[in-house]
Ligand binder design. Structure first.
Ligand code: ADE
Length: 418
């Protein structure tokens, strides 16, 4: 078996982490059991580009249990947990191509190593496999039944490809399932971003001016958790509706030009580039902390900051100080890459349980189709989304009400009024 990881000797620590995560992923466990019995993925080769974490490891185990051949590479150079890669290779015989801290060339070599298995299905987090296939290996696309995309940024890229007429195989936007984005993006990014800030800085959030750029599902989650820790939250938005929601949720809303000089901590979660750039660095207080929880490392303009800095030094793991010409220092978490994965462990397993149950059930759906899907970006089938919600509630021991026949009838009729 071919693989490329940092150190196979780390496998025992990795296995313990994978088992701990598995305990908190009961829905994925049920899917794995069903897959082992029914083998819905027999004959499929699944090429995965995901954060190499203990939660992802449990998805890989599930796909393999369903009869698929799988291979995994990283979807971010700083999110790989080396011990998890070691355990997947050693304990679960799943090929992994990922080294924490890998450079850009290695990152793309690893994507190509996964594509060498000639996938029939792809699973992406950020669409780098899809984009590599389209730009460099288009001859492989004919063999691909469909792909799944995990994250908002990836789905935006895919919709841009579809709009351009460039998309050449069908994709399912797993991110957009309700049991994904309303939970993973909100609770997951909320908690794990705070976790990353605290691990990198050990700073007190209470009383701090905490600026969040972007009020989508992820931004909302970050705001809620920061407010819960006693921070004074300021939201910067470009969308009037979201800005209004942020206002009525109780946060201060202002342009980044105004927030730049008063923020103590800044988190970008917009999915766009250069959200914090030269003009803002010029205004920042000495000691300001900057982190990004959007998928790519483009939201904080680090090339600008590097140019403006006289020295850059590492002050703690995952925290670099940039000293500006006038002596002020600003601190950047995890090189501007995903704060929650670079400086912490990503979203907790209990929330990835739902995201990855969606991923696994979508692969079985794609593998079982008698007619190929149209070349487009498709939603997760509603039955899958509802099944994940139902199973999650069941595994949490929560039962809910059902409508009485009278109530059903009332909802279906339009005649009864005042
Ligand atoms: N994305 C965010 N958190 C994650 C995790 N723990 N594992 C895999 N992908 C993630």
């Amino acid at each position: 078996m071919e693989y490329d990881i940092t150190d196979v000797e780390l496998h025992e620590a990795g296995r313990r982490r994978i088992e701990w995560a598995n305990r908190q992923m009961p829905v994925l466990q049920l899917v794995r059991q069903e897959f082992a019995e029914q083998q819905p993925l027999g004959g499929e080769r699944i090429g995965c580009c995901l954060h190499v974490t203990s939660e992802t490891a449990n998805l890989m185990r599930t796909l393999k249990a369903g009869g698929a051949e799988v291979a995994l590479c990283a979807s971010n150079p700083l999110s790989t947990q080396n011990e998890v890669g070691a355990s997947l290779v050693t304990d679960y015989e799943i090929p992994v191509f990922a080294r924490h801290g890998e450079d850009r060339e290695t990152y793309y070599n690893h994507i190509n190593a996964v594509l060498d298995i000639k996938p029939t299905i792809t699973i992406d987090d950020g669409a780098d496999v899809i984009s590599t296939l389209h730009s460099e290996r288009p001859e492989q696309i004919a063999d691909i039944k469909a792909g799944m995309e995990e994250t908002t940024t990836g789905v935006i890229r895919l919709r841009a490809m579809a709009a351009d007429g460039a998309l050449k195989y069908p994709l399912i936007a797993v991110n957009d399932a309700n049991t994904k984005h309303l939970f993973d993006n909100y609770y997951g990014t909320g908690q794990s971003t705070i976790d990353g800030i605290l691990r990198a800085t050990n700073t007190l959030l209470a009383g701090k001016n905490f600026v969040v750029c972007g009020y989508g599902d992820c931004g909302r989650g970050v705001c809620r958790r920061a407010a819960g820790m006693g921070a004074k939250v300021i939201v910067c938005e470009v969308d009037p509706l979201r800005a209004l929601q942020a206002t009525m949720d109780g946060y201060q809303v202002m342009p980044i030009a105004d927030a730049a000089g008063i923020g103590d901590i800044f988190i970008t979660v917009t999915g766009d580039r250069s959200v914090i750039r030269r003009e803002q660095f010029e205004l920042m207080k000495d000691g300001a902390v900057l982190g990004n929880s959007g998928h790519f490392d483009v939201e904080i303009d680090l090339p600008d900051l590097r140019e403006m800095s006289t020295t850059i030094r590492t002050v703690r793991p995952n925290l670099e100080a940039y000293q500006l010409e006038d002596g002020r220092e600003v601190f950047v978490i995890g090189q501007g890459r995903l704060t929650n994965l670079a400086a912490a462990e990503g979203h907790p397993a209990a929330v990835m349980d739902m995201s990855f149950a969606n991923q696994a059930l979508c692969t079985a759906y794609v593998a079982g189709l008698s007619e190929p899907l149209a070349i487009a970006v498709h939603p997760v089938p509603q039955e899958i989304d509802e099944r994940v919600a139902t199973l999650k509630l069941q595994t949490m021991g929560i039962s809910i009400d059902t409508l009485t026949p009278e109530q059903e009838e009332y909802l279906a009729s339009w005649k009864m009024g005042t």
